[in-house]
Ligand binder design. Sequence first.
Ligand code: AMP
Ligand code: MG
Length: 483
Amino acid sequence: MTIGWHFDNTYSKLPNIFSSEVLPTKVKSPDLIILNDDLSKELGLDFSTTNNKNLSELFSGNLLPKDSKTIAQAYAGHQFGHFTMLGDGRATLMGEHVTKDNERFDIQFKGSGITPFSRNGDGRAALGPMLREYIISEAIHALNIPTTRSLAVVKTGEDVVRENILPGAILTRVASSHLRVGTFQYIAARQNENELKTLVNYTVDRHYPNIEKSKNQALDLLRALMEKQINLVINWMRVGFIHGVMNTDNMTISGETIDYGPCAFMDTYDPQTVFSSIDQLGRYAYFNQPSITKWNLARFAECLVPLVNEDKDKAIDIVTEEINNFEKIYETKWLNMMRDKLGLFGEDPKDQVLILDLLTWMHQNKTDYTNTFCYLMNEKIQNNEIFNNENFIVWKKRWEERLMSNNNTPEKYLKLMRSVNPLVIPRNHKVEEALELANNNDLSLVKKLIKIIEKPYENQKEIAEYQSAAPISDQRYQTFCGT
Ligand code: AMP
Ligand code: MG
């Protein structure tokens, strides 16, 4: 019985400038500590007959499967608004695995040693941030939001030096590709139209085959990505997810959430919420995420200008007009998403005011974002006193009246609400608690947490302790980039 790899490495066949051949740096004593069984099955991979030692060698990059072809990809990016040449500084693409259903996935190591793009970095990753990515990416997937996935984490048996000395680890990330807005920026900066065409063709072939025959592929690609990214950010807004580092190199062309660094879920509703210690100005705050998505899409549009029209000015006008549709599309979709959260069918001109009044009340009364919607779905949660508030009761009456329209019934609206409002999210204090124990060689809380967040829309035994908001002492929670 073999594992079932089927590699077909197309990216490494692109011209040399797109990537650099590199081998993962071998590690001392790899130890596999977590393997994603569900994802393995989805990929058509069977690890059950491979012993732990060989799996540890595999997921550390010490022992590469036949037909893998390891590369580091080149890209650029705007980081907090500033353009930089980047590339995979600590990641190695193992190869593209194609499933029986002909789906193609990048299998990538993160934390696998230095590459030509490492700049001053050590190419390594610490255990805490890699487990954090595993937990949050799997939570985002379970919330029905497009994302890269996490297949495995190994401890390397080596130390990494950060502010403290930490155990080293490697995460195996699975993505429908690692093409980023930053990949386009890197190629566009070289001002070679043939290279740009190569990248557009590759992207269309891999992700947007429906525009293969389009008359203006570059423009249609912009439209397609805009739609995907709007859907993505609306999903983040729906569950209170704050990505934390929405640089253009961290925005995928597939529309998947990528790069789980300083991300975290909002607990108390506050549109200005920022967790990342390096985001001093709140550029990537909860409420700014849609406008940053638009900003990033504008950078993507700039890259495509040479292919949109021969006349540069005309091309700029065309893409500008396209980007300026962002707000209109976003607002309509956002409103529909919020209607779903409140179980509302059809449209009523007063819906927007109804929704905004609830959000304002939540903000003023510092209520928990997730738990407020749980309360509206009659889900038992702790500390419900706040919902006896007079203004809330008045608002709730208005909502109940609106609920009655369009032949709605409690069965119908609760079904809708339950499909979009999670009962549980990976709360910051629970994530930290689990990671702290993991740093002391005990993975029990990480595994328990993963089990809970894998079914966020279901009422499970033991869910209660994962539903309460952070203790007061945790209110100024901060996250750090996992570098
Ligand atoms: P990120 O903030 O994780 O999106 O990373 C931004 C850039 O820094 C990417 O090009 C990474 O590959 C690179 N990078 C992050 N951490 C390291 C590290 N420890 N060693 C080398 N490169 C790194
Ligand atoms: Mg990144």
